[in-house]
Design a protein around this ligand. Sequence first.
Ligand SMILES: [Fe+2]
Length: 219
Amino acid sequence: MLNNLNNKSDISKIYGANYFEPDVKFIKCSLSNDLYYYKCFIGDHTVEVEAGDCVYWISDNGEIAYLERGPSVIKSKNCATVIRGYMPENKSCEIKTMTTLPYINGCSTKQIFPAERLGDPTLQMLYMPPFTSEQAHHIHSTVRVVYVKSGQGYSIVGMEDKSVKEELYRGKVIVLEKMCPHHFVTENQPLTVVPLHVWSSVQGMEHDHPMFNGTHQIG
Ligand SMILES: [Fe+2]
């Protein structure tokens, strides 16, 4: 099937990358084969959050992040994501200042809302200086909902000659399905994005399984 894929959006979709322009109104839900349930409200929405769930969203000016547990009703104009079955206490955090933790390739990060416990959801900020790559091409085991806070860069999705490049700029939202092969790059401008990990990973454990441990690379 992939041999017939030459259209950029077809390639993005088949690998699990969903892009939404700043003026688009859309509701993106978890897939039927997802392990965890989430619902992402892109654009102008009033969001009803049920008891037992919580919602992450960014203020209209992109300078404050919120986490609120249900039952609740919130209004969001850019991106709000409800996560089912997770209900930490209400929080808010300004996201005006620079990042605080070094990452790789000159990139840096800030934990806006750290995971309460290992493997819980987390909201992060990633700053990429000009002319860098976020990291090597990679996959995640859970969904990422990414809000582009400022700057300009590109998302690269796919494999080998079926990779496609999508421009990123303020207000754009990217939903990367689990296992979507991707990485971000910058050219002559910095890029700041706010990724929500719809459930995160237990560090060091994701490669501790029989398939990985029983595989020995040659050459
Ligand atoms: Fe990533």
